[in-house]
Design a protein around this ligand. Structure first.
Ligand SMILES: [Zn+2]
Length: 77
């Protein structure tokens, strides 16, 4: 059984999350070190736009596999 979690639309996403949830693989993207809006890890991230954007729910949030999210990190806002 797949459990999903609703997250706000990410500002930055890492390559792994982009590949899994985006619609395409970027030919060229500019990465920098920041927090991925999906897995919550600090790593090389870029804009979701570079992956063709991530499909959203009706409210504009995203639904991701709970296993992809680092749940022990406390939400900062
Ligand atoms: Zn990620």
């Amino acid at each position: 059984m797949l459990t999903t979690i609703i997250l706000p639309y990410p500002i930055w996403i890492c390559h792994e999350c982009g590949v899994k949830y985006g619609k395409r693989i970027p030919d060229l993207a500019t990465y920098h070190e920041d927090t991925c809006g999906i897995c919550q890890q600090t790593k090389a991230v870029t804009e979701p736009r570079d992956y063709g954007h991530i499909p959203t729910t009706r409210s504009g949030d995203i639904e991701v596999d709970v296993n992809d999210v680092l749940l022990d990190s406390t939400t900062t806002q």
